[in-house]
Design a protein around this ligand. Sequence first.
Ligand SMILES: *Cc1c(COP(=O)(O)O)cnc(C)c1O
Length: 250
Amino acid sequence: MSITPATHSSSPIPPIDRADDTRARLDLINTRIASACQRAGRASSEVTLVAVSKTVSAARIRSAIDCGVRILGENRVQEASPKMAELSDLPSELGVRWHFIGHLQSNKARRAVELFETIHSVDTISLAERLDRAAAELGRRLRILLEVNLGGESSKSGMAGDDVATAAEKIARCNDIDLVGLMTVPPYHEQAEKVRPYFRKLRELRDELRAIVGDSCSELSMGMSHDFEIAIEEGATVVRVGTALFGSRQ
Ligand SMILES: *Cc1c(COP(=O)(O)O)cnc(C)c1O
């Protein structure tokens, strides 16, 4: 089946990569984060925005950084690597950091350690151990989160909630990676409200984990463009927002 765009053929949509648009979208997201925090009785400083820049060009990422974005989220090592190289002239005082949020194949683990400060999507003990070895060899420290597949969807990666405690105990013995929290991508629902129970469940798992491995394991990476406010109400400390900031992906 071929899909032909029915509209807009003669009147082009204004480009969404103008710095003004990025600034306005970022302002709006920050306002929405602040309101959600207020509703939940939390401080806005408790929530970190990861700007998900997959499919977004280095030039547009640069505009977003100009507007105040400091953490970028990428889901493919091959895509991120050249974009990061293009942006390597940015002054280090800006404190720009890159987070990996996609499924990580074990043969890309070493490269991921070279490129990223944090990996949100560690889904097996063996991947964590591989990252630990790579971090040791490279003389780096790496922050990791365990990805939990709460909906049990076979299309998504992530470990079962029941396996988190065992994994965390093993990872706690690794020397060069720090387990800082949990991440999830819940099943998609048109009504964002329906994902609230998944966010709540992740928070409960995090609380159980904190009792085992300590307060250093407190991050909750949950919430995307259409549901980040609900995630914040349920305790998200990191929200991963792509389309609401950069516009829809091709
Ligand atoms: C793409 C992606 C996001 C951002 O999704 P949006 O709906 O564009 O905000 C967040 N998390 C993960 C793991 C992703 O792959």
